[in-house]
Design a protein around this ligand. Structure first.
Ligand code: I3P
Length: 128
């Protein structure tokens, strides 16, 4: 069912708008700075783009849509983390390099789908 039967292009699993903050970099704690992020799950990576809606019309051009950052999901850990925020529907993603992110949505069903889909990619990579 893959549109990319030769396997040269990583498969797009999911994309959407979530609230995001990075809380640690290489194991060092960072100050929270929540902002909306366009999140794309593709291949083995979670890729973050600045929310186009938060930008001025002139700053948002197709050529400007370079990722803000990208996370390698191999060996990553996912945990529900409602204890780490006053917000609801929050989970924490921790990479093998000690980078930690909180991701959040006001919509419970939406954040559950993200959790399940990211976990399934982590599980697939664990089996490789
Ligand atoms: C933080 C800001 C965050 C909040 C965080 C505050 O204050 O209000 O939204 O996290 O709480 O410290 P500031 O803007 O002054 O940095 P949540 O929204 O996730 O609760 P925390 O320090 O308890 O994590």
């Amino acid at each position: 069912s893959s549109p990319d039967s030769d396997g040269c292009t990583p498969e797009l699993e999911k994309a959407g708008l979530l609230n995001k903050t990075k809380i640690a970099e290489g194991g060092r704690k960072l100050r929270k700075n929540w902002s909306p992020s366009w999140v794309v799950l593709v291949g083995n990576s979670l890729v973050f783009f600045k929310d186009p809606k938060s930008q001025t019309p002139s700053s948002w051009k197709p050529g400007n849509s370079r990722p803000e950052s990208s996370v390698d999901l191999r060996g990553a850990k996912l945990h529900w983390a409602n204890d780490l925020s006053s917000k609801k529907n929050v989970f924490r993603l921790r990479t093998v390099t000690g980078n930690e992110f909180l991701l959040q949505s006001e919509t419970n069903s939406l954040i559950k789908e993200w959790y399940i889909t990211i976990q399934s990619v982590i599980d697939r990579l664990d089996r490789e």
